[in-house]
Design a protein. Structure first.
Lengths: 147, 139
């Protein structure tokens, strides 16, 4: 496994992967609780809900997450990127503790410590497994990492 | 979000095998989707390089002309709907932590077998730590 160092830009993309998904889910949850109950008999209400500010923001954040996630998967292993997505749970827990002033149990603090340790472990290692033969001609161009 | 569903809930809570099957379906479909999507992105190549050469449109074109990518999205959509089905019959406090944490381990196994990723001791340790951490955090 060759050692790859990630540029600050790529750490930023991994940060977006971690942050955008939980924030997007939170915006959707916030938006859906502020609108009246939607019945499956009236699906047009769901379409109207898409244009409310919180839900629109949630959708934009989830689209950003997916774009960042796809970008990360194009230059890093799945087993490197997935712990970054889990780190979003830690960010949400800290937001709920220090922004919403919610209580966090001992078990949740233990979970936060374990996820942080796990992400720290994988972040210290190489991001991409180098295979001996190039799979696609595009791969030949990946020798130089753009900034 | 309150969406009224008229379907009669199954006796999943009373039947541990049915509950296990529902969670297993979420985990397997999600893992299949993640692995296919990762394989698609690896076959396309580094999106930063493609974008530098062909612009954002070129990068988007490279992604949406890859059949493997749509296969991955298809399985991720199936995983989403199987999660909704599981949530309709089981408690959120069981389904969310179980599926989220187990998916990390199955992805590590699938990444090693199908994507030939070098899942060394560091990555196994990370997968197990994050798996337990997600379970504790979401439970």
């Amino acid at each position: 496994m060759a050692h790859h160092t990630l540029s600050p830009r790529r750490y930023l993309i991994l940060g977006l992967v971690a942050v955008c998904a939980p924030l997007g889910d939170s915006c959707l949850s916030r938006g859906m609780t502020t609108i009246p109950a939607i019945s499956l008999a009236h699906p047009s209400a769901l379409i109207a809900a898409v244009f409310t500010p919180w839900i629109a923001a949630g959708i934009a954040l989830l689209i950003s997450f997916f774009a960042s996630y796809l970008s990360a998967l194009s230059w890093a292993d799945l087993t490197f990127v997935l712990p970054a997505t889990a780190f979003g749970n830690v960010i949400v827990a800290f937001l709920s503790r220090f922004w919403l002033h919610e209580a966090i149990s001992i078990e949740r603090w233990a979970g936060i410590v374990l996820i942080t340790l796990g992400v720290g472990f994988v972040a210290q290692g190489p991001s991409l497994t180098q295979h001996p033969a190039p799979v696609h001609e595009e791969r030949a161009a990946t020798e130089v990492e753009p900034r | 979000m309150t969406i009224s569903l008229s379907a009669t809930p199954l006796a999943a809570v009373q039947n541990p095998w049915l509950a296990t099957a529902m969670i297993a379906a979420v985990v397997l479909l999600s893992t299949t989707g993640e692995v296919l999507t990762a394989a698609a992105m690896k076959s396309i190549g580094d999106l930063d390089v493609i974008r530098a050469r062909s612009g954002l449109k070129g990068a988007i074109r490279a992604v949406i002309t890859c059949p493997l990518f749509f296969a991955g999205v298809f399985f991720l959509a199936l995983a989403f709907f199987s999660l909704l089905l599981a949530l309709n019959h089981l408690n959120l406090s069981l389904v969310a932590p179980a599926s989220a944490s187990l998916t990390l381990v199955t992805n590590a196994i699938a990444g090693k077998i199908f994507l030939k990723e070098n899942v060394d001791r560091r990555r196994w340790a990370s997968a197990v730590l994050v798996c337990i951490g997600v379970y504790l955090l979401a439970h």
